[in-house]
Design a protein around this ligand. Structure first.
Ligand code: ATP
Ligand code: ZN
Length: 210
């Protein structure tokens, strides 16, 4: 039988904890250096190291059977995947923030404003639910700088401590979603015995850490 494949982030905020979780499950493997794929020596699994943005679609399309990725990325990509296990790390919130001098007081005040974000799908859904019509400006990085450059009136981005907001003269305005790392799988994979074994090991690692 062919080994299953799990996709994890190659480098970035989720990489280290994803690797640690799999190691704590007793899996033996060489960590990512330059090869995109590594084989676990004592479990029928291969590990793919990818950019996090690609993980939900790779799992949806069956290129990987499993993946570890932030819920924000799953929701943004609208990938059709199964949530197998919440993992308790990579916690963050996605918020709308405005300049501290802004006259916007409530969500309806965003009508007609320009909001910069790398998460247009999540933002659009929130605005639609609130019946707000705003101009969504898609920016791939450094979203926080855009109000100061007069490219937008507000931003929608990941916030963890709020330090980046503060240093750019921004204040939180509306909480849109919270996120954490999730183990996802392609549809149907949850019945695979190897997957069940892996989920059980993950659950006991999470329980032991409580
Ligand atoms: P990649 O190079 O893989 O595309 P990235 O730069 O898009 O990486 P990271 O900044 O490494 O992504 O963040 C990965 C995930 O970590 C986020 O999608 C989110 O789920 C989670 N996360 C937790 N806290 C934060 C935070 N303070 N800022 C950004 N992401 C965070
Ligand atoms: Zn990314």
């Amino acid at each position: 039988m062919k080994n299953l494949k799990i996709a994890i982030q190659k480098s970035g905020r989720l990489n280290e904890k994803s690797v640690q979780l799999l190691k704590n499950c007793g899996l033996n493997f060489e960590n990512y250096k330059s090869s995109l794929i590594t084989t676990v020596s004592n479990f029928p699994l291969e590990i793919l190291f990818l950019r996090d943005d690609d993980i939900p679609e790779y799992v949806q399309d069956g290129i990987a059977d499993l993946g570890i990725v932030g819920e924000n990325v799953i929701v943004e990509t609208e990938a059709n995947v199964r949530y197998l296990q919440r993992l308790g790390f990579g916690k963050c919130s996605l918020k709308i923030a405005v300049p501290s001098h802004s006259d916007a007081k409530e969500p309806a005040d965003l009508n007609g404003k320009a909001i910069a974000t790398s998460y247009p799908t999540i933002l659009k859904k929130f605005l639609d639910e609130q019946s707000i019509t705003a101009d969504i400006r898609i920016i791939s990085g450094s979203v926080e700088i855009s109000p100061a450059l007069e490219l937008s009136d507000a931003i929608f981005d990941i916030v963890s401590t709020g330090g980046t907001l503060r240093s750019n003269g921004l204040v939180p305005f509306a909480d849109v979603m919270t996120s954490e790392a999730i183990l996802i799988g392609k549809n149907g994979i949850e019945n695979n015995p190897v997957v069940c074994e892996l989920i059980q090991r993950i659950q006991s690692v999470l329980r032991a850490a409580e």
